[in-house]
Design a protein around this ligand. Structure first.
Ligand code: C2E
Ligand code: CA
Ligand code: CA
Ligand code: CA
Length: 279
């Protein structure tokens, strides 16, 4: 009856905790944000350890909510992933990052790769490699100026389809890196067979590297592994000089972190980059 329905509704209202409601609201707001293009990309430089020159930059998505202000990707990326909205958002990010990088090249800045984070669900779309090819063709960005950051989980998943996607991406000429290296379930045997260019050491290991001998050992081992396998190695989350010095002494080729620059809006990143070039 109608009354029963109402009681059930009341029951669910009370049982449904705040977190679930909040999550539903976030999902709706996210759908709306995609329609209204409330996202923008910020850029953080990756520098050469030898001379601190900028050799690449990572695109990090930002959401300007009209009422709530800035919402951190740590909060909305997981929801976007669970609801499948990450596919649409990821397409937007990929397009925007490639468009911006080509615009900078057209404005005389050096051709260096933009690194784009790819979520596992986005990567597992059967047409992912075709999407990347289409974005490159559409924007005109040279493939070697695009680097895709994938997590260990995606890389180590031996599913034939995933390996095929990696091969196709490689054939396009884009660069591939493993993000947050050391935090997932790596198989070193797999590393050998993966068509990758770069390992990114997770910032969790960098944070206490100067005081924590275990973190120091892990970092030194990852750097040695990467160097011996002729892979580029980027340490992320570098915040101070002592971390930087430890990484240089250990042979880490590239670094990224607040010590060099926070992620910046496009126009600010461009000024920062130009200042660096003229010094
Ligand atoms: P991530 O890919 O590991 O990115 C590095 C995060 O560390 C970024 O946080 C960056 O702002 C922050 N960071 C950089 N330097 C430092 C430092 O020196 N110290 C500290 N404490 N943090 C630093 P952000 O921008 O909040 O992004 C968080 C995560 O959200 C990213 O982690 C990535 O997993 C995800 N994400 C961001 N943008 C995208 C995107 O466009 N697509 C997807 N799928 N995920 C994204
Ligand atoms: Ca990343
Ligand atoms: Ca990372
Ligand atoms: Ca991370």
């Amino acid at each position: 009856s109608k009354d029963e329905g109402r009681n059930n509704y009341a029951f669910f209202r009370t049982e449904m905790n705040e977190r679930v409601l909040e999550r539903m609201q976030l999902e709706n707001a996210l759908r709306n944000a995609l329609r209204e293009e409330q996202f923008e990309l910020h850029y953080q430089p990756q520098v050469d350890s030898a001379n601190q020159s900028i050799v690449g930059f990572e695109a990090l998505v930002r959401w300007h909510h009209p009422q709530q202000g800035m919402i951190s990707p740590a909060r909305f990326i997981p929801v976007a992933e669970e609801t499948g909205l990450i596919v649409q958002l990821g397409d937007w990010v990929l397009n925007e990052a490639c468009r911006q990088n080509l615009a900078w090249q057209a404005a005389g800045l050096p051709p260096i790769p933009v690194a784009v984070n790819i979520s596992p669900l986005q990567f597992r779309q059967s047409e992912f490699a075709a999407t990347v090819a289409r974005v490159l063709a559409h924007t005109g960005l040279p493939p070697e100026c695009l680097e895709l950051e994938l997590t260990e989980g995606v890389m180590m998943d031996a599913a034939e389809r995933n390996i095929e996607t990696l091969r196709r991406l490689r054939a396009l000429g884009v660069k591939l890196s493993i993000d947050d290296f050391g935090t997932g379930y790596s198989s070193l045997a797999y590393l050998k067979r993966l068509p990758i260019d770069t390992l990114k050491i997770d910032q969790a290991f960098v944070r206490d590297v100067v005081d924590d001998t275990d973190d120091a050992a892990i970092i030194t081992t990852i750097i040695g592994l990467a160097n011996n396998m002729r892979l580029r190695v980027v340490a992320e989350g570098v915040e101070n000089e002592s971390q930087m010095r430890f990484l240089i002494a250990g042979g880490c080729g590239f670094q990224q972190g607040y010590l060099f620059s926070r992620p910046l809006p496009g126009a600010e990143f461009e000024s920062f980059w130009r200042r660096r070039l003229s010094n």
